[in-house]
Ligand binder design. Structure first.
Ligand SMILES: C[S@@+](CC[C@H](N)C(=O)[O-])C[C@H]1O[C@@H](n2cnc3c(N)ncnc32)[C@H](O)[C@@H]1O
Length: 333
């Protein structure tokens, strides 16, 4: 069993089956044994890139960084913010955007810390942050929604049916289920509850006096939930997507697709304006169109130019079609 697994097993031994959000929190973020925390310390535990478990758009540098910088510069001009303009990246991972956003005042934040200005105008940027937040798992069977907990059986983590879902998340689950049931006669439906999303968005946007939040992630709108009757929890290890999210805690990534309609509602509840969801391709096309991608593709020689064109192609026709961008705006006053 993994080190995080031993901790989780001890907790289950003491208290009985635990909520999935607790399992995910320890598996990903335990200060010593969590998947993202180990990555900072242990050789060979880096989750990103070819030798890790998955790629993100952030690894497609310099093209991704240059296009996001061009988008930020556009917003800087729109705000007329001059030098006071600050870009804060949340969930910065390996910090690969730093070089490309260094023409602005730039701060990187991740679970281990990072400085956020007490008050700033500018942009909050996050790429694949919200899909990495702990969620609750719920199973709905014959119209009854129950929390799914994690227990232990023969030394393996297993799903255990928990208490009926009550409280403010019940209408959320009922609404999503109704959308699935309208079209499908599924025996049972699995859903995730994004329990930490609103409080994180509130924390992120509190110091922003004026400006934009750009969230890039994969996910679904309320109408698209029909595509996910078994939920969206997924684990990643060595570039393979795995269904068993309870296996090897601390040694594989665990994600849940981002519920974009809920993210929009959270933003609106916090007083932010939202613009319609766009694909990452659409955002990058508009960021690059002013100079026909000349800045993004600037290269010292032909070999480098070819590499950058391949990166742009991967971004626009690969990742860009899967990933969505939600832009949220905070206006002053
Ligand atoms: C899937 S990785 C993406 C990293 C990077 N943005 C990229 O595109 O490669 C998610 C990152 O979000 C960070 N993260 C998760 N929860 C966070 C939180 N509450 N505050 C700051 N960072 C967080 C994780 O530690 C991890 O580095």
């Amino acid at each position: 069993m993994t080190a995080a697994g031993h901790l989780l097993a001890a907790g289950i031994g003491a208290q009985g089956p635990i909520l999935f959000s607790r399992f995910m929190e320890v598996a990903l973020y335990h200060p010593e044994h969590g998947y993202y925390r180990r990555a900072r310390r242990e050789q060979g535990a880096d989750p990103f890139g070819m030798h890790g478990d998955f790629y993100t758009a952030t690894q497609l540098q310099p093209v991704f960084g240059r296009l996001i910088a061009a988008q930020c510069a556009h917003w800087q001009q729109q705000l007329g913010a001059g030098e006071a303009f600050h870009v804060v990246e949340w969930g910065a991972g390996r910090g690969e955007m730093a070089e490309h956003l260094s023409s602005f005042r730039y701060s990187a934040v991740d679970v281990d810390g990072g400085e956020v200005p007490a008050a700033f105008e500018g942009v909050i940027f996050c790429n694949e942050l919200f899909d990495a937040l702990p969620v609750e798992a719920v199973r709905v069977c014959r119209r009854e929604a129950r929390m799914m907990r994690v227990g232990l059986s023969d030394g393996r983590f297993v799903w255990v049916e928990g208490e009926p879902l009550t409280g403010p998340w019940l209408p959320y689950a009922v609404n999503l289920c109704a959308r699935i049931a309208e079209i499908r006669e599924e025996e049972e439906v699995w859903l995730e509850l994004p329990v930490g999303l609103e409080s994180l968005l509130a924390r992120m946007t509190r110091p922003l006096t004026r400006g934009f939040v750009l969230a890039i992630d994969y996910g679904y709108t309320e109408r698209e939930i029909i595509r996910f009757p078994r939920g969206t929890l997924m684990a990643y290890r060595r570039h393979q997507a795995l269904d068993d999210v309870l296996l090897n805690p601390g040694e594989q990534d665990i994600t849940a697709h981002v519920p974009f309609t809920h993210l929009e509602h959270c933003a609106q509840a916090l007083g932010l304006l939202t613009t319609p969801l766009r694909s990452l391709t659409q955002l990058l096309m508009s960021a690059g169109e002013a100079d026909q991608f000349a800045g993004a593709l600037a290269a010292p020689d032909d070999a480098a130019a070819l590499r950058l064109r391949m990166q742009l192609k991967s971004l626009l026709f690969g990742l860009g079609e899967t990933f969505r961008c939600l832009v949220m705006e905070k206006r002053s006053g």
